[in-house]
Design a protein around this ligand. Structure first.
Ligand SMILES: *Cc1c(COP(=O)(O)O)cnc(C)c1O
Length: 390
């Protein structure tokens, strides 16, 4: 019954009059069709260019996108890979993570963060979050370090950078590697510096609904250390050193040239899209100020890029149901912390206790957020939240 609207056209919202007589504006969680409608000629031309040239694997399309991405995140270089998960896997291998090593990270994230660690045979060691930012609490990191620790892997959750300065200091003091899971944080900044240029390596996802989304799976690793990036470059392409020569075991984890061309066509819009997200977040904050929910905390020294706009309330489940009745798609990121996932219980994490993570998982709610969202939709959502939150 939900109507899909051309949200970017600036036309009035379609109103669906229900039998109850309650007008319902449909507000989707994201609207990828609306974004495409706004940039169709550029995207179509990019795809056509690749098809006409028949250069589907690596080549100029990929290296042009890698350069543009590096310029966007302020890193020395970038390596396009097949997904954000692939980026994590290759980055961890490139810095030398081996079976039995420990990687300090967060359980309040998408499972891929920890999955990549576990897939290598290393062990994710989960540190609790700061309940205000939902990011790893740097004050609890040092006590989790053992002689097996190799990497600190913070996630810039929802688009808000983790506390990179204290994490960098801890990593330096203990000779650990710092890898950013920047899947949700393209164009985010910490102390004026872009995420993706601060850690030893950083991992991006271009999953379609991310702030910079491909039309399929894609990802990238960025950084400033040419040796590490060369390692990632080699691993993504079967350990290849020349056309027919391979000097280590790698993967088939290259980014598709078509995806690279699409992403390259989208990159010039990223700044405007990011500003639109930030402006929507400000409007949400304003119109929700009277509602009985906690709005997102934004640290002073960051540029939060609002991949997700996450509110918090103890009556989350009832509110979610109410929004659904009002035609509003909301989400939960994430309802089950990684250490509570069935697979991690099987891996022996049953005794792990992360109170702030576990409490957040029961109270968080992600409201619709995408650049093409309109003011009246935000006001409609806020009205529904106010009604449903008490
Ligand atoms: C999306 C995401 C990933 C995985 O990216 P894919 O491209 O889906 O493989 C990893 N970590 C975080 C925090 C993510 O949001």
């Amino acid at each position: 019954m939900s109507i899909s609207r051309p949200a970017a056209t600036g036309k009035d919202c379609e109103v669906n009059i229900r039998t109850k007589g309650v007008p319902v504006i449909q507000v989707p969680f994201v609207d990828l069709k609306a974004q495409y409608a706004g940039i169709k000629p550029e995207i179509d031309a990019a795809i056509q260019r690749v098809v006409d040239g028949a250069g589907f694997i690596l080549g100029e399309e990929v290296s042009n996108f890698e350069q543009a991405l590096a310029a966007t995140v302020g890193s020395r270089d970038a390596v396009g890979v097949s997904s954000g998960t692939g980026a994590l896997l290759l980055a961890l291998l490139a810095v030398g993570v081996k079976p039995g090593d420990e990687v300090i990270t967060t359980a309040h994230t998408f499972i891929a963060t920890a999955e990549a660690v576990s897939r290598i045979g290393a062990r994710p060691v989960f540190v609790d979050i700061d309940p205000r930012t939902y990011n790893i609490d740097p004050n609890q990191v040092e006590s989790a370090i053992t002689e097996r620790t190799k990497v600190i892997l913070p996630v810039h959750l929802y688009g808000q950078p983790a506390e990179l300065k204290p994490l960098r200091d801890i990593a330096n003091r203990h000779r650990l590697v710092l890898i950013e899971d920047a899947a949700q944080a393209i164009a985010a900044e910490y102390d004026g510096q872009r995420c993706g240029s601060i850690g030893d390596l950083a991992c991006f996802s271009f999953y379609p609904s991310k702030n910079l989304g491909a039309y399929g799976d894609a990802g990238a690793v960025t950084g400033n250390d040419e040796t590490l990036l060369a390692k990632v470059r080699k691993l993504r392409d079967h350990g290849r050193i020349s056309k027919y020569e391979h000097d280590e075991l790698g993967f088939g984890q290259r980014i598709d040239a078509i995806q690279a061309a699409i992403l390259g066509a989208k990159l010039p819009h990223l700044e405007a899209w990011t500003e639109a997200r930030r402006s929507h977040a400000r409007l949400y904050n304003e119109v929700l100020s009277g509602a009985d929910v906690e709005t997102p905390f934004e640290s002073r020294n960051v540029r939060h890029v609002y991949h997700l706009y996450v509110i918090r309330t103890a009556r989350r489940d009832a509110l979610l149901q109410h929004l659904k009745e009002k035609g509003i798609d909301a989400g939960i990121h994430y309802p089950i912390p990684v250490h509570r996932q069935p697979v991690y219980l099987k891996l022996g994490y049953g005794e792990v206790s992360l109170p702030a993570t576990e409490q957040a998982a029961g109270e968080i709610l992600s409201l619709p957020m995408y650049p093409e969202l309109r003011g009246e939709q935000i006001e409609y959502v806020a009205q529904a939240v106010s009604e449903g939150a008490h």
